[in-house]
Design a protein around this ligand. Sequence first.
Ligand code: BEZ
Length: 386
Amino acid sequence: MNHVLTRAALAAALTIAASGAHADDKLKVGFMLPYSGTFAALGNAIENGFKLYVAEQGGKLGGREIEYFKVDDESNPAKAAENANRLIKRDQVDVLIGTVHSGVAMALAKAAKDADTTLIVTNAGANAITGPLCGPGIFRTSFTNWQPAYAMGPVAYAKGHKTAVTITWKYAAGDEAIGGFKEGFEKAGGKVVRELSLPFPNVEFQSLLTEIAALKPDMVFTFFAGGGAVKFVQDYHAAGLDKTIPLYGSGFLTDGTLQAQGASAQGLLTTLHYADGLNTPRDNAFRADYSKAYKMQPDVYAVQGYDAAQLMQSGLTAVKGDFSKKEAFRSAMRTATVDSPRGSFTLSKAGNPVQDIYLRRVDGLENKVVEVAVQKLADPARGCKL
Ligand code: BEZ
Protein backbone atom coordinates (compact mmCIF):
# COMPACT_ATOMS: atom_id res chain seq x y z
CA MET A 1 0.00 0.00 0.00
CA ASN A 2 1.28 3.45 -0.86
CA HIS A 3 1.52 5.56 2.31
CA VAL A 4 3.43 8.36 0.65
CA LEU A 5 1.49 11.63 0.33
CA THR A 6 0.28 12.21 -3.22
CA ARG A 7 1.22 15.54 -4.82
CA ALA A 8 -2.44 16.67 -4.63
CA ALA A 9 -2.70 15.83 -0.92
CA LEU A 10 0.57 17.61 -0.18
CA ALA A 11 -0.52 20.72 -2.09
CA ALA A 12 -3.83 20.72 -0.22
CA ALA A 13 -2.06 20.44 3.14
CA LEU A 14 0.15 23.42 2.33
CA THR A 15 -2.70 25.62 1.12
CA ILE A 16 -5.00 25.01 4.10
CA ALA A 17 -2.67 27.16 6.14
CA ALA A 18 -3.23 30.03 3.74
CA SER A 19 -7.04 29.64 3.74
CA GLY A 20 -9.64 30.70 6.31
CA ALA A 21 -9.81 27.19 7.79
CA HIS A 22 -7.77 26.00 10.74
CA ALA A 23 -5.07 23.76 9.39
CA ASP A 24 -5.25 21.45 12.41
CA ASP A 25 -9.04 20.99 12.28
CA LYS A 26 -9.78 17.35 11.78
CA LEU A 27 -12.45 16.34 9.36
CA LYS A 28 -15.19 14.52 11.25
CA VAL A 29 -16.52 11.51 9.36
CA GLY A 30 -19.47 9.58 10.77
CA PHE A 31 -20.04 5.96 9.74
CA MET A 32 -23.64 4.91 10.16
CA LEU A 33 -23.48 1.27 9.10
CA PRO A 34 -24.72 -2.17 10.19
CA TYR A 35 -22.07 -3.87 12.33
CA SER A 36 -24.51 -6.56 13.53
CA GLY A 37 -27.29 -8.65 11.93
CA THR A 38 -27.71 -10.01 8.41
CA PHE A 39 -25.85 -7.06 6.78
CA ALA A 40 -22.91 -6.87 9.25
CA ALA A 41 -20.32 -8.10 6.71
CA LEU A 42 -21.51 -5.44 4.26
CA GLY A 43 -21.01 -2.62 6.78
CA ASN A 44 -17.52 -3.83 7.63
CA ALA A 45 -16.53 -4.06 3.96
CA ILE A 46 -17.69 -0.47 3.35
CA GLU A 47 -15.64 0.82 6.27
CA ASN A 48 -12.61 -1.20 5.14
CA GLY A 49 -12.86 0.19 1.61
CA PHE A 50 -13.17 3.79 2.83
CA LYS A 51 -10.19 3.45 5.16
CA LEU A 52 -8.08 1.77 2.49
CA TYR A 53 -8.36 4.80 0.22
CA VAL A 54 -7.56 7.14 3.11
CA ALA A 55 -4.49 5.04 3.97
CA GLU A 56 -3.38 5.25 0.34
CA GLN A 57 -3.46 9.06 0.70
CA GLY A 58 -1.18 8.98 3.73
CA GLY A 59 -4.05 8.91 6.23
CA LYS A 60 -5.59 12.21 5.12
CA LEU A 61 -8.17 13.55 2.67
CA GLY A 62 -7.57 16.97 1.12
CA GLY A 63 -4.65 17.38 3.50
CA ARG A 64 -6.92 16.91 6.54
CA GLU A 65 -6.57 14.33 9.24
CA ILE A 66 -9.74 12.44 9.92
CA GLU A 67 -11.58 11.70 13.12
CA TYR A 68 -14.00 8.79 12.83
CA PHE A 69 -17.31 8.32 14.64
CA LYS A 70 -19.32 5.09 14.41
CA VAL A 71 -22.88 3.97 15.01
CA ASP A 72 -24.18 0.42 14.49
CA ASP A 73 -27.56 0.99 12.84
CA GLU A 74 -28.44 -2.75 13.06
CA SER A 75 -30.34 -2.35 9.75
CA ASN A 76 -33.23 -1.23 11.96
CA PRO A 77 -35.40 1.53 10.42
CA ALA A 78 -37.16 2.11 13.77
CA LYS A 79 -33.89 3.37 15.31
CA ALA A 80 -32.61 5.15 12.18
CA ALA A 81 -33.54 8.77 12.93
CA GLU A 82 -32.16 8.53 16.47
CA ASN A 83 -28.93 6.93 15.24
CA ALA A 84 -28.47 9.54 12.51
CA ASN A 85 -28.94 12.33 15.02
CA ARG A 86 -26.29 10.85 17.31
CA LEU A 87 -23.78 11.51 14.56
CA ILE A 88 -25.27 14.79 13.36
CA LYS A 89 -26.14 16.51 16.66
CA ARG A 90 -24.05 14.81 19.33
CA ASP A 91 -20.84 14.21 17.35
CA GLN A 92 -21.37 17.09 14.88
CA VAL A 93 -19.80 15.20 12.00
CA ASP A 94 -18.93 17.05 8.79
CA VAL A 95 -19.80 14.15 6.48
CA LEU A 96 -22.05 11.15 7.00
CA ILE A 97 -21.13 7.83 5.38
CA GLY A 98 -23.85 5.19 5.25
CA THR A 99 -25.74 2.98 5.05
CA VAL A 100 -26.71 -0.46 3.74
CA HIS A 101 -30.47 -0.91 4.35
CA SER A 102 -32.81 1.19 2.18
CA GLY A 103 -35.35 1.86 4.94
CA VAL A 104 -32.63 3.06 7.32
CA ALA A 105 -31.02 5.13 4.57
CA MET A 106 -34.22 7.04 3.83
CA ALA A 107 -34.43 8.18 7.46
CA LEU A 108 -30.72 9.02 7.36
CA ALA A 109 -31.17 11.10 4.19
CA LYS A 110 -34.08 13.02 5.76
CA ALA A 111 -32.03 13.77 8.89
CA ALA A 112 -29.01 14.83 6.80
CA LYS A 113 -31.15 17.14 4.68
CA ASP A 114 -32.82 18.72 7.71
CA ALA A 115 -29.41 19.46 9.26
CA ASP A 116 -27.76 20.32 5.91
CA THR A 117 -25.04 17.74 6.61
CA THR A 118 -23.35 16.19 3.56
CA LEU A 119 -24.27 12.51 3.11
CA ILE A 120 -22.60 9.92 0.90
CA VAL A 121 -24.72 6.78 0.61
CA THR A 122 -22.36 3.82 0.29
CA ASN A 123 -24.85 1.07 -0.45
CA ALA A 124 -28.58 1.47 0.15
CA GLY A 125 -30.29 1.61 -3.23
CA ALA A 126 -33.58 3.29 -2.19
CA ASN A 127 -34.69 5.02 -5.39
CA ALA A 128 -36.11 7.92 -3.35
CA ILE A 129 -32.69 9.04 -2.09
CA THR A 130 -31.74 10.28 -5.54
CA GLY A 131 -35.41 10.76 -6.41
CA PRO A 132 -37.84 12.81 -4.28
CA LEU A 133 -35.32 13.02 -1.39
CA CYS A 134 -32.45 14.29 -3.56
CA GLY A 135 -30.68 17.46 -2.50
CA PRO A 136 -27.46 19.43 -2.95
CA GLY A 137 -25.78 17.62 -0.05
CA ILE A 138 -26.94 14.08 -0.92
CA PHE A 139 -24.59 11.78 -2.89
CA ARG A 140 -24.37 8.08 -3.60
CA THR A 141 -21.40 5.94 -4.67
CA SER A 142 -23.43 2.74 -4.99
CA PHE A 143 -26.55 2.31 -7.18
CA THR A 144 -30.31 2.57 -7.14
CA ASN A 145 -32.22 -0.64 -6.56
CA TRP A 146 -33.66 -0.13 -10.04
CA GLN A 147 -30.28 -0.11 -11.85
CA PRO A 148 -28.85 -3.66 -11.64
CA ALA A 149 -32.31 -5.29 -11.62
CA TYR A 150 -33.51 -3.41 -14.71
CA ALA A 151 -30.40 -4.57 -16.59
CA MET A 152 -31.31 -8.23 -15.99
CA GLY A 153 -34.71 -7.87 -17.75
CA PRO A 154 -33.50 -7.86 -21.37
CA VAL A 155 -30.67 -10.30 -20.57
CA ALA A 156 -33.10 -12.92 -19.21
CA TYR A 157 -35.58 -12.42 -22.07
CA ALA A 158 -32.79 -12.85 -24.63
CA LYS A 159 -32.07 -16.25 -23.03
CA GLY A 160 -35.56 -17.36 -24.10
CA HIS A 161 -37.44 -16.89 -20.81
CA LYS A 162 -41.01 -15.65 -21.32
CA THR A 163 -42.44 -15.95 -17.78
CA ALA A 164 -40.87 -15.11 -14.42
CA VAL A 165 -41.74 -15.40 -10.74
CA THR A 166 -40.02 -12.94 -8.40
CA ILE A 167 -39.15 -13.42 -4.74
CA THR A 168 -37.69 -10.95 -2.25
CA TRP A 169 -37.90 -9.35 1.18
CA LYS A 170 -40.88 -7.00 1.55
CA TYR A 171 -39.19 -3.63 1.98
CA ALA A 172 -38.03 -0.77 -0.25
CA ALA A 173 -34.95 -2.52 -1.70
CA GLY A 174 -36.84 -5.70 -2.54
CA ASP A 175 -39.87 -3.92 -3.99
CA GLU A 176 -37.75 -1.58 -6.10
CA ALA A 177 -35.43 -4.30 -7.40
CA ILE A 178 -38.45 -6.33 -8.47
CA GLY A 179 -39.94 -3.17 -10.04
CA GLY A 180 -36.72 -2.59 -12.01
CA PHE A 181 -36.54 -6.19 -13.25
CA LYS A 182 -40.23 -6.19 -14.19
CA GLU A 183 -39.83 -2.97 -16.17
CA GLY A 184 -36.85 -4.31 -18.14
CA PHE A 185 -38.28 -7.83 -18.62
CA GLU A 186 -41.77 -6.76 -19.69
CA LYS A 187 -40.41 -4.03 -21.98
CA ALA A 188 -38.41 -6.78 -23.70
CA GLY A 189 -41.57 -8.93 -24.10
CA GLY A 190 -41.65 -11.14 -20.95
CA LYS A 191 -44.29 -11.40 -18.21
CA VAL A 192 -43.87 -11.49 -14.42
CA VAL A 193 -46.61 -13.94 -13.39
CA ARG A 194 -46.29 -13.82 -9.58
CA GLU A 195 -44.47 -11.60 -7.05
CA LEU A 196 -43.62 -13.46 -3.83
CA SER A 197 -42.20 -11.89 -0.68
CA LEU A 198 -41.53 -12.36 3.02
CA PRO A 199 -40.75 -9.80 5.74
CA PHE A 200 -37.13 -8.55 6.17
CA PRO A 201 -34.92 -10.25 7.42
CA ASN A 202 -36.83 -13.59 7.57
CA VAL A 203 -35.24 -16.64 5.96
CA GLU A 204 -38.06 -19.20 6.19
CA PHE A 205 -38.27 -19.79 2.44
CA GLN A 206 -39.76 -23.30 2.31
CA SER A 207 -43.44 -22.53 1.61
CA LEU A 208 -42.49 -19.97 -1.06
CA LEU A 209 -40.19 -22.48 -2.77
CA THR A 210 -43.06 -24.96 -2.85
CA GLU A 211 -45.22 -22.29 -4.51
CA ILE A 212 -42.51 -21.63 -7.14
CA ALA A 213 -42.33 -25.35 -7.93
CA ALA A 214 -46.11 -25.42 -8.48
CA LEU A 215 -46.13 -22.28 -10.65
CA LYS A 216 -43.42 -23.66 -12.99
CA PRO A 217 -42.26 -20.30 -14.45
CA ASP A 218 -39.46 -20.19 -17.05
CA MET A 219 -37.22 -18.48 -14.49
CA VAL A 220 -37.04 -16.86 -11.04
CA PHE A 221 -35.64 -13.39 -10.36
CA THR A 222 -34.67 -12.44 -6.83
CA PHE A 223 -33.24 -9.76 -4.57
CA PHE A 224 -31.57 -10.97 -1.37
CA ALA A 225 -28.24 -9.91 0.14
CA GLY A 226 -25.88 -10.80 2.99
CA GLY A 227 -26.84 -13.69 5.28
CA GLY A 228 -30.32 -13.97 3.70
CA ALA A 229 -28.80 -14.43 0.23
CA VAL A 230 -26.60 -17.26 1.52
CA LYS A 231 -29.60 -19.11 2.95
CA PHE A 232 -31.84 -18.51 -0.09
CA VAL A 233 -29.32 -19.85 -2.61
CA GLN A 234 -28.63 -22.89 -0.41
CA ASP A 235 -32.36 -23.61 0.03
CA TYR A 236 -33.15 -23.16 -3.69
CA HIS A 237 -30.40 -25.64 -4.53
CA ALA A 238 -31.39 -28.12 -1.77
CA ALA A 239 -34.99 -28.10 -3.08
CA GLY A 240 -33.61 -29.10 -6.51
CA LEU A 241 -35.31 -26.12 -8.17
CA ASP A 242 -32.14 -24.96 -9.92
CA LYS A 243 -32.30 -28.12 -12.09
CA THR A 244 -35.54 -27.01 -13.77
CA ILE A 245 -36.12 -23.29 -13.06
CA PRO A 246 -33.02 -21.08 -13.50
CA LEU A 247 -32.42 -18.49 -10.79
CA TYR A 248 -31.27 -14.93 -11.59
CA GLY A 249 -30.78 -11.90 -9.37
CA SER A 250 -29.32 -8.51 -8.70
CA GLY A 251 -25.67 -9.30 -8.01
CA PHE A 252 -26.02 -8.87 -4.23
CA LEU A 253 -27.30 -12.46 -4.30
CA THR A 254 -23.74 -13.73 -4.78
CA ASP A 255 -21.44 -10.84 -3.78
CA GLY A 256 -19.43 -11.40 -0.59
CA THR A 257 -21.37 -14.66 -0.07
CA LEU A 258 -19.70 -17.28 -2.26
CA GLN A 259 -17.52 -18.83 0.42
CA ALA A 260 -20.64 -19.69 2.40
CA GLN A 261 -22.83 -20.61 -0.60
CA GLY A 262 -20.26 -23.03 -2.06
CA ALA A 263 -21.59 -25.51 -4.61
CA SER A 264 -25.15 -24.18 -4.43
CA ALA A 265 -24.21 -20.93 -6.20
CA GLN A 266 -22.14 -22.33 -9.08
CA GLY A 267 -23.20 -21.04 -12.50
CA LEU A 268 -25.64 -18.41 -11.22
CA LEU A 269 -26.03 -15.35 -13.45
CA THR A 270 -26.48 -11.93 -11.86
CA THR A 271 -26.18 -8.27 -12.88
CA LEU A 272 -24.25 -5.66 -10.90
CA HIS A 273 -22.00 -2.60 -11.23
CA TYR A 274 -18.92 -4.63 -10.19
CA ALA A 275 -17.51 -8.03 -11.13
CA ASP A 276 -14.49 -10.24 -10.57
CA GLY A 277 -11.95 -10.55 -13.35
CA LEU A 278 -12.30 -7.05 -14.79
CA ASN A 279 -8.53 -7.20 -15.09
CA THR A 280 -7.96 -3.46 -15.43
CA PRO A 281 -4.83 -1.92 -13.89
CA ARG A 282 -7.07 0.14 -11.57
CA ASP A 283 -9.03 -2.83 -10.27
CA ASN A 284 -5.98 -5.08 -10.01
CA ALA A 285 -4.17 -2.49 -7.88
CA PHE A 286 -7.22 -2.00 -5.64
CA ARG A 287 -7.67 -5.74 -5.17
CA ALA A 288 -4.01 -6.28 -4.36
CA ASP A 289 -4.04 -3.46 -1.78
CA TYR A 290 -7.31 -4.59 -0.24
CA SER A 291 -6.32 -8.23 0.11
CA LYS A 292 -2.97 -7.22 1.56
CA ALA A 293 -4.59 -4.95 4.14
CA TYR A 294 -7.53 -7.12 5.16
CA LYS A 295 -6.44 -10.68 4.20
CA MET A 296 -9.58 -11.20 2.13
CA GLN A 297 -10.84 -10.36 -1.33
CA PRO A 298 -12.88 -7.16 -1.78
CA ASP A 299 -16.50 -7.19 -2.89
CA VAL A 300 -18.90 -4.59 -4.27
CA TYR A 301 -19.48 -3.11 -0.80
CA ALA A 302 -15.75 -2.48 -0.32
CA VAL A 303 -15.64 -0.72 -3.71
CA GLN A 304 -18.55 1.54 -2.75
CA GLY A 305 -16.81 2.56 0.49
CA TYR A 306 -13.50 3.12 -1.30
CA ASP A 307 -15.23 5.33 -3.86
CA ALA A 308 -16.94 7.41 -1.16
CA ALA A 309 -13.48 8.38 0.11
CA GLN A 310 -12.35 9.09 -3.46
CA LEU A 311 -15.37 11.32 -4.01
CA MET A 312 -14.60 13.24 -0.83
CA GLN A 313 -11.02 13.63 -1.96
CA SER A 314 -12.24 15.30 -5.20
CA GLY A 315 -14.37 17.74 -3.22
CA LEU A 316 -11.70 18.52 -0.65
CA THR A 317 -8.97 18.98 -3.22
CA ALA A 318 -11.17 21.55 -5.03
CA VAL A 319 -11.52 23.60 -1.83
CA LYS A 320 -7.89 23.02 -0.88
CA GLY A 321 -8.96 21.25 2.28
CA ASP A 322 -11.06 24.20 3.47
CA PHE A 323 -14.11 22.27 4.47
CA SER A 324 -16.05 25.40 5.46
CA LYS A 325 -16.58 26.04 1.71
CA LYS A 326 -19.49 23.64 1.71
CA GLU A 327 -21.06 24.69 -1.58
CA ALA A 328 -17.83 24.50 -3.56
CA PHE A 329 -17.00 21.18 -1.88
CA ARG A 330 -20.35 19.76 -2.91
CA SER A 331 -20.34 21.09 -6.45
CA ALA A 332 -16.85 19.64 -7.05
CA MET A 333 -18.13 16.26 -5.87
CA ARG A 334 -21.20 16.46 -8.11
CA THR A 335 -19.08 17.06 -11.22
CA ALA A 336 -16.27 14.63 -10.33
CA THR A 337 -15.23 11.65 -12.38
CA VAL A 338 -14.53 8.84 -9.92
CA ASP A 339 -11.67 6.55 -10.93
CA SER A 340 -13.39 3.53 -9.46
CA PRO A 341 -12.15 -0.07 -9.46
CA ARG A 342 -15.50 -0.88 -11.16
CA GLY A 343 -14.61 1.46 -14.06
CA SER A 344 -14.73 5.24 -13.90
CA PHE A 345 -18.11 6.88 -13.38
CA THR A 346 -19.73 10.29 -13.09
CA LEU A 347 -22.73 11.30 -11.01
CA SER A 348 -26.12 12.23 -12.42
CA LYS A 349 -27.61 15.61 -11.53
CA ALA A 350 -29.44 13.78 -8.74
CA GLY A 351 -26.12 12.50 -7.35
CA ASN A 352 -26.29 8.82 -8.36
CA PRO A 353 -23.60 6.96 -10.36
CA VAL A 354 -24.07 6.68 -14.12
CA GLN A 355 -22.33 3.36 -14.58
CA ASP A 356 -21.87 0.15 -16.55
CA ILE A 357 -23.84 -2.85 -15.30
CA TYR A 358 -22.03 -6.17 -15.75
CA LEU A 359 -23.48 -9.62 -16.37
CA ARG A 360 -21.53 -12.05 -14.15
CA ARG A 361 -21.43 -15.83 -13.77
CA VAL A 362 -20.43 -17.60 -10.54
CA ASP A 363 -17.33 -19.69 -11.07
CA GLY A 364 -15.70 -21.08 -7.91
CA LEU A 365 -15.33 -18.17 -5.51
CA GLU A 366 -15.73 -15.49 -8.20
CA ASN A 367 -18.50 -13.55 -9.89
CA LYS A 368 -16.69 -13.60 -13.21
CA VAL A 369 -17.53 -10.89 -15.70
CA VAL A 370 -19.32 -12.21 -18.81
CA GLU A 371 -20.05 -8.91 -20.57
CA VAL A 372 -21.34 -5.39 -20.02
CA ALA A 373 -25.12 -5.88 -19.89
CA VAL A 374 -25.94 -2.15 -20.14
CA GLN A 375 -23.42 0.64 -20.69
CA LYS A 376 -23.53 3.85 -18.64
CA LEU A 377 -26.94 3.17 -17.16
CA ALA A 378 -28.46 6.22 -15.44
CA ASP A 379 -31.30 5.86 -12.95
CA PRO A 380 -34.37 7.79 -14.17
CA ALA A 381 -34.29 9.81 -10.88
CA ARG A 382 -38.09 10.05 -10.89
CA GLY A 383 -39.27 12.83 -8.58
CA CYS A 384 -35.90 14.61 -8.13
CA LYS A 385 -36.36 18.37 -8.43
CA LEU A 386 -32.70 19.40 -8.68
C1 BEZ B 1 -30.77 -2.08 0.39
O1 BEZ B 1 -31.46 -2.22 1.40
O2 BEZ B 1 -30.89 -1.10 -0.34
C2 BEZ B 1 -29.74 -3.11 0.05
C3 BEZ B 1 -29.22 -3.94 1.03
C4 BEZ B 1 -28.26 -4.86 0.70
C5 BEZ B 1 -27.78 -4.94 -0.59
C6 BEZ B 1 -28.28 -4.10 -1.57
C7 BEZ B 1 -29.27 -3.18 -1.25
